[in-house]
Write a protein that binds this ligand. Structure first.
Ligand code: ADP
Ligand code: MG
Length: 727
């Protein structure tokens, strides 16, 4: 019976109905979010093992990783006095022997039998008698009983030779077929091993990859010299050589970034193409009136950012801009300018902060700054009572309030703005795409400015905020004090706390920050903060006025404590990372960060921005609570050496990967499966340019030649980017 010919529909076949998978394995695969044939085709290997060449034992080189194929000559087992099991295996190639050693070996190794054929891969070490490999990887080769020994021992043995000699020359679960190739290594889940995974994937690729439809148009494939999607999927799962992986990767990376950039470009197009925003022109008269409010000259960067904002706000399409500037660079000035420009034209403006504390602080700053003006302001946070909220809403509806400052509660429910012209979001990267969309108004689209102190590397900014224009403030305002940072090792802790105590006794104030631990619930962080608070108040900080601030407190307690710290009544504030962004207490010049190894460099840098804001030099101590690993120390030392937020952010991205701060997931976007923002920067630029040009020419990807491309973009990003589907 000949099998029914397959069609593209079969790409969506549930895995349980796929030959060689079945319901049990399908359940396991579902844990990896693999449900259909297509999911498996696009489940890319984590890495590869290079099995392209094998070597003769007498040609091994000290320390150079190599694969040796041979027969198990003998197996020795020993149990040390401490109860450790050591297994030593002599691997023979004719009369040459190499020893492989494992301590507490895994199951498969304990089972090795004399006479079995194996490929052993590791870094060889020359001992007096013979070569040795400690903890090498081992593959059992499924070879017939009378193997051609001389052939196996020859240099540069190719997999084809072995496969030909194998009893199951085409079975992807047999180790032999991978010899001479790059062997893929997949992310697994419990109950599913590499062998099975390779078998499933290889079978699916062989059977279904040819069905894949090309999503990229011929001109793009030609321009970037990409391979076809079918070739890419074959190459990534079943490469014959290293170059196959590279060719496949280029294609898949480009496609992934291109689809994302298209989604972002389409989103931007829709937000601007049909949108109608108030034209809020900047005039010399308005400018003069606003600048008079600032007791200082603006820096060039502030000036430039304001110019860019004014240009945007002077057009009928909504501004869509991100203002990026290190902590203390003076972003608030730009924000105030934009708010007042909006109000000057009789429109309302909203300023949204990530926490209640920050919203209040912004509100106070604005009130002070606008004391002499007639601007009417309101504050809307989670702790505003229902009655007050109702009053605020009716005032907003009646146009009795010009500027409202608040938290996320500004996007809860539908606020009946009279004429909302501008929305500013402080620390916008903490807000999702969806919340942002909620601030859009029916008839009129407000201008939109998002401010962030996180120096976002360009590559990440282009990806995650690809639909935003960028203004950057790099200069800090004159008169800022330098901040010195120290790595405080265990044995130096006492002298650090003494130093901090002295600063406080000289009239300064200090922060002690207890970071949130990723896997930890809020209350655990509170427990740790409480413990440290008690240790300090009963120990080295005894007699000082120390307060504890944590996320579990009520809004009014937090306010009371912040107020007391602002006024200088509290000398030391022990706090969870609530204070991460924006707190401005110029007299606070000293900060201890506990367990700093748990934080990213960018987060540490944000915290550091809280000190050195006044006329006194700032000090930050990274107080270690365990002996640090060399890599940790190196990372933290980099932090102490440089105050360049961009450098630190790039280092974060390199060390911890984009998963962290700049993770696509955190922004509500699906994760990138193969592209790496750092490694693939060049592809990112190309993909972005191509996407922007294409959306200019064909905003809905409506051309029939782009049908598959449109499906790809909509399937992946249509929902999260709220693109809707009109076609
Ligand atoms: P951030 O970018 O962190 O929001 P802020 O706007 O809070 O920074 O500014 C930090 C401090 O610098 C504030 O006290 C502010 O008054 C001051 N500042 C801002 N711009 C200038 C300037 N051009 N000259 C002098 N001081 C400035
Ligand atoms: Mg700020």
């Amino acid at each position: 019976m000949t099998p029914r010919p397959l069609s593209t529909k079969d790409l969506f076949r549930p895995l349980q109905y796929v030959a060689g998978v079945g319901p049990d394995r399908a359940d396991l695969l579902a844990k990896l979010e693999l449900k259909t044939v297509a999911d498996v085709l696009f489940y890319f290997p984590r890495t590869y093992e290079d099995l392209t060449t094998t070597v003769r034992i007498d040609q091994l080189v000290e320390g150079a990783e190599a694969t040796v194929v041979g027969v198990v000559h003998s197996v020795e087992r020993q149990v040390t006095r401490a109860g450790k099991v050591i297994v030593g295996v002599l691997v023979a190639q004719e009369n040459q022997l190499m020893r492989a050693l494992w301590f507490n070996p895994t199951f498969g190794i304990k089972d090795l039998q004399k006479g079995a054929w194996v490929a052993v891969r590791g870094a060889p070490k020359r001992k007096t008698m013979r070569w040795e490999m400690i903890h090498p990887k081992v593959m059992r080769l499924d070879l017939p009983t009378a193997p051609p020994l001389e052939q196996l021992a020859k240099p540069g043995l190719r997999g084809a030779d072995v496969a030909a000699a194998s009893s199951r020359p085409d079975d992807p679960s047999a180790d032999s077929i991978w010899l001479g190739k790059y062997r893929p290594v997949y992310g697994l889940t419990e109950g599913l091993n590499q062998r099975e995974m390779r078998k499933i994937t290889t079978n699916i690729v062989r059977r279904y990859a040819d069905l894949l439809e090309e999503a990229l148009t011929a001109d793009l494939i030609e321009r970037h010299q990409l391979c076809s999607i079918t070739q890419a999927v074959h190459g990534i799962h079943c490469p014959q050589q290293a170059s196959d992986v590279e060719i496949a990767q280029s294609r898949l990376v480009y496609q992934e970034l291109f689809a994302l950039q298209l989604g972002l470009a389409m989103r931007r197009y829709r937000m601007t193409a049909n949108a109608q925003s108030p034209i809020l022109t900047d005039t010399a008269k308005i400018r003069g009136r606003i600048l008079r409010l600032f007791p200082f000259e603006l820096t060039n960067d502030q000036q430039q950012a304001i110019d860019q904002v004014c240009e945007d706000m002077g057009r009928a399409i909504p501004m869509n801009r991100m203002l990026q500037g290190d902590v203390g660079s003076g972003k608030t000035v730009v924000a105030i300018y934009s708010l007042l420009l909006c109000v000057a034209h009789g429109y309302q403006a909203a300023l949204m902060a990530p926490t209640e504390i920050l919203a209040r602080q912004h509100f106070n700053t604005l009130q002070k700054q606008l004391k002499s003006s007639r601007v009417r302001m309101g504050l809307m946070t989670g702790s505003v009572s229902a009655v007050d909220r109702a009053k605020l809403e009716s005032d907003l509806a009646a146009g009795k309030i010009d500027i409202v400052v608040g938290t996320q509660s500004l996007v809860r429910g539908n606020i009946p703005w009279q004429r909302l012209g501008l929305v500013i979001i402080d620390e916008g990267h903490k807000f999702g795409v969806k919340q942002r969309a909620k601030l859009k108004q029916g008839g009129c689209d407000p201008h939109y400015l998002v401010m962030t102190a996180t120096p976002i590397p360009r590559s990440a900014a282009m990806t995650l905020f690809g639909d935003l224009d960028l203004s950057v403030i790099r200069q800090t305002p004159p008169g800022r004090q330098p901040v010195k940072s120290y790595l405080v090792e265990l044995e130096k802790r006492d002298s650090w706390w003494q130093f901090m105590r002295k600063q406080v006794e000289q009239g300064r104030q200090a922060f002690v920050v207890v970071p949130r631990i990723e896997t930890q619930a809020d209350d655990d962080q509170t427990v740790t903060a409480t413990r440290i608070f008690e240790e300090l108040t009963q120990g080295v900080l005894q007699g000082l006025r120390v307060e504890l601030l944590h996320g579990q407190m009520s809004g009014s307690d937090k306010q009371r404590i912040m107020k007391s710290f602002h006024r200088g009544l509290t000398q030391v504030l022990v706090s969870t990372t609530v204070i991460e962004v924006g707190i401005d207490v110029p007299n606070a010049n000293c900060m201890a960060i506990c367990s700093p190894q748990r934080l990213g460099l960018s987060q540490l840098h944000q915290l550091r921005g809280r000190v050195g804001r006044g006329s006194h030099a700032g000090y930050v101590g990274l107080v270690l609570d365990e002996i640090s690993q060399p890599e940790t120390r190196e990372r933290l030392q980099l932090f102490c050496r440089t105050t360049d937020g961009f450098e630190l952010a790039e280092a974060d991205l390199k060390i911890r990967g984009p998963g962290d701060l700049f993770g696509t997931r955190q922004h509500g976007l699906p994760p990138l499966l193969i592209a790496d923002l750092f490694r693939d920067h060049e592809w990112l630029v190309k993909a972005r340019n191509d996407a922007q040009a294409l959306v200019q020419a064909d905003p809905e990807l409506a051309d029939p030649s782009r049908k598959r491309l449109r499906q790809l973009v909509m399937g992946k990003y249509g929902k999260v980017l709220e693109l809707g589907d009109v076609g």
